[in-house]
Design a protein around this ligand. Structure first.
Ligand SMILES: Cc1ncc(COP(=O)(O)O)c(C=O)c1O
Length: 380
């Protein structure tokens, strides 16, 4: 009865864990939720002024013109030579993953992915029939240059999250970005660069995106307002090489005609009123929680696991020194009121080490300490 691809649509571990994690009293390190205190809450005057702008009629598929201009200007400041005509406003950057999957992937399309990689992207690529070319991302050194080149020789699309990668937290330095851009140009493989965490930089700004360093290879760059403003606004954007824009626009039109216009006007106001100031205000909340998790890991699990203190993003990537059944641990932890995410969910093949992704943004420093103590007592 259903299309064949539905057989590839496995139930999302994240969704199952998140449902359990939202139970009252559960300390959740499982999802990727921004801190409640950091969410952007427009005041009534902003909502009123947005709604005077005819938000209630159908709008343009590509997005509100002024917002596209503002997004293009921000991208140019990051070294991406682009015009507003290359910008597509999305209903969350998750939509960009769907549109890019539809544009490039059919059964057997070979997609280079990081290992580990953002699991909802892997799920989407798999749904459309991708064959994966995983390249291991070392939490301290990133992807190995030679393995990357070998995978590129076969790849038809490369999907990378080079800035505070979800889940490893790794941030590619300038030289690595330059090398990867040159390799992509040589191979002529399109790059899909996913960049939702760029603004959440705790120890200095991240290097400029890889797409701005490309000379020939086609590219799609995407960002999100979920982590800087509020995920409930459901708004992200993509910017694409001019040859890809008409196709992506038609795919967007077929998917949802256009993104929510009220959200677009609210976000435009936020951009004009100082998004960067808002981000500067929320960063201390994240820094404090990141530091609290680092200290709690040292105190409770220091002898059992290794990790890097993330310089941006929302996650700690924790690797066990000895093999651990992380799925059994997840179940026991939930019974003890702590939600965690097994790391194998982020791999297309079985990983060499047992690992966990731990989110620090959505719990207070006190809950982080308590949750880590409970986790440690289960492990011992
Ligand atoms: C790497 C990555 N890409 C895309 C998304 C989707 O974000 P949104 O649809 O909220 O913009 C996420 C969400 O966590 C993510 O981590």
């Amino acid at each position: 009865m259903f299309a064949k691809r539905i057989e590839r649509l496995t139930s999302s571990l994240v969704r199952d864990i998140l449902a359990a994690a939202s139970r009252p009293g559960v300390i959740s390190f499982a999802g990727g939720l921004p801190a409640e205190e950091a969410l952007y809450r427009p005041d009534l005057a902003q909502v009123q002024s947005a709604q005077q702008l005819n938000c209630w009629q159908y709008g343009q598929t590509e997005g509100e013109p002024q917002l596209r201009e503002a997004i293009a200007a921000e991208a140019r400041a990051l070294g991406i030579a682009c015009e507003a005509s290359q910008v597509l406003v999305l209903s969350g950057s998750q939509q960009g993953i769907d549109l890019v999957s539809k544009l490039f992937i059919e059964e057997g399309t070979r997609v280079l992915v990081e290992a580990p990689a953002y699991l909802a992207a892997v799920q989407s690529f798999r749904l459309f029939g991708a064959d994966f070319l995983p390249v291991t991302v070392d939490p301290t050194a990133g992807p190995d240059n030679q393995s990357f080149k070998v995978a590129l020789e076969q790849a038809q699309l490369a999907y990378l999250t080079p800035t505070f990668q979800n889940p490893s937290g790794y941030c590619y330095p300038d030289e690595q970005r330059d090398r990867i851009a040159a390799a992509l140009d040589t191979a002529g493989v399109p790059l899909f660069e996913d960049d939702p965490y760029r603004e959440l930089a705790f120890d200095g700004a991240a290097p400029q995106p890889i797409v701005g360093r490309l000379k020939h290879a086609p590219w799609v760059y995407q960002g999100s307002f979920s982590k800087t403003l509020a995920p409930g606004l459901r708004l992200g954007f993509l910017i694409a090489h001019p040859i890809l824009v008409p196709h992506l626009t038609r795919l967007k039109q077929a998917a949802d005609l256009h993104s929510n216009r009220l959200s677009q006007h609210l976000i435009l106001q936020a951009l004009q009123g100082g998004l960067h100031e808002h981000v500067a205000q929320i960063l201390p909340i994240y820094r404090e929680r990141r530091d609290a998790m680092h200290v709690a890991l040292q105190r409770h699990l220091g002898d059992l696991v290794t990790w890097q203190k993330p310089v941006g993003g929302l996650f700690f990537w924790v690797q066990f020194k000895q093999p651990v059944d992380t799925h059994a641990l997840m179940k026991q932890a939930l019974e003890a009121g702590v939600a965690i995410m097994p790391g194998d969910a982020f791999y297309t093949e079985k990983p060499a080490l047992s690992c966990l992704r731990l989110n620090f943004s959505h719990s207070t420093p006190q809950d982080i300490e308590e949750g880590m103590a409970r986790l440690a007592s289960l492990l011992r």
